[in-house]
Ligand binder design. Sequence first.
Ligand code: FAD
Length: 479
Amino acid sequence: MPASPPVILWFRRDLRLADNPALKHALATGRAVLPVYVLDARLEGRPIGAASRRRLDGSLRALDADLRARGGRLILRRGDAEAELRRLIQETGADQVFMNRLFEPEAFARDADIAHGLKAEGVDCRGFNAALLQRPGAVLNGSGQAYKVFTPFLKALLATAQAPAPLDAPERVVVPDDVRSKAIDDWSLRPMRPDWSTGFVGTPGEAGALAALDAFTAGGLKAYATDRDRPDRDGTSGLSAHLHWGEISPWRAVQAARAAAATGRVPAAQAEKFVAEIGWREFSAHLLHHFPYLPERAFRPEYDAMPWRDDPEGLAAWKAGRTGYPLVDAGMRQLWATGTMHNRVRMAAASFLVKHLLIDWREGEAWFWDCLTDADLASNVQNWQWIAGSGADAAPYFRIFNPVVQGQKFDPQGGYVRRWLPEIARLPDRWIHAPWTAPAAALTEAGVVLDATYPRPVVDHVAARERALAALKTISAGR
Ligand code: FAD
């Protein structure tokens, strides 16, 4: 055992070396650092989904490579996090643990228990905020309460959050080489037979995150406010999975956008729109912190009385991208193939499930949780409740997206749906979002056979809208 015990750097969803306060403080001790990742199914409160496991595999490999390039490596352990930390402490004599906090209520409480337990044995645990612009609980209104409306929350957030000084990745990280590590290949985080992830997008890891940010600030940012709604364009940053896994700090993204505006290359309003979207991520995290029941229950309790339908066939058609509404179907297929879905289409697809099919938002949330590489408890739940009308500052339930109009408005030439639905790609623009309305000759010409090559709508928009509004009435009456 070395004269001076090493310190543990416990990585979780802060898988980066730059702008990493726990790493900075661990290195500042001047001791050897043990960078460890513990694969613990219970860490986040619920097991991560299949797409997230795939994403995590890439991210851990990238972090290990980045550490190796600096003389270190990532130590991998599997099992109950507390037990594994104790084991590592016993093996190495480490007496300090540095970590960046997880803010999901269950994970937060668990970290506190672990810190408490280790402290009793003389091991000091120190936690930092690397995930959010401002730690949850620090943005409160004049009466000391949580904000329930986004705009005042954002204003208060931006007025109070202090950007930390940027921190470069360290040049060297010395890791003792006599500490055991598991092999990531044995963890089976990647699907093998079959590998359904070959079309996944995004390059996991810190370098991938920085490259995405650079490309965005040099490209899409200048027209972000309008192009962010266009699934047929490359108008958004693609940072969500990087942010979720902590491969980049949200401050770095905010400051890069503002720096681009400061040079005059990008209008300030475009940069601030992007900052506001990062603000939605913060709002989601703050809401979950203050209202920990949100993954299970509606923020507006009357919505838990909604007469949801049990419709396994409708749910299966939605998951498979076979509802007959091209925008919804294209989105669901993009999700399956790439591990992500454009935000505008997430909204349309989610709305279709909860309003047109009248299926409980929790079913959709669970599917997204399993399929998204950026699946994030706070953001996913907040957005699903926003769509369902049951969330804080949510879209009113009675505003029901028409999936055809959404398609015509945001994918006017049908470029997006053609990409994901090759079976209708040859339809002319005017029918691309509503194939069942095309004349027989146009369908034949495009090689479309309704209900054979592409389904008719599983539900009629007008009838579904009426059914949804009638369901809303039943809960409004009970209020
Ligand atoms: P950009 O437009 O470039 O936005 C920049 C960043 O802002 C994003 O990376 C993200 O971190 C944040 N952001 C943008 N919009 C939102 C939003 N509405 N809510 C919270 N943060 C936002 N996002 C997730 O990160 N994880 C999820 O599990 C998730 N589930 C969603 C479920 C539904 C039903 C809906 C409608 C949206 C969901 N979102 C989720 C939000 C949003 O769709 C994605 O963050 C966005 O599509 C990611 O693409 P981007 O990084 O290119 O976004």
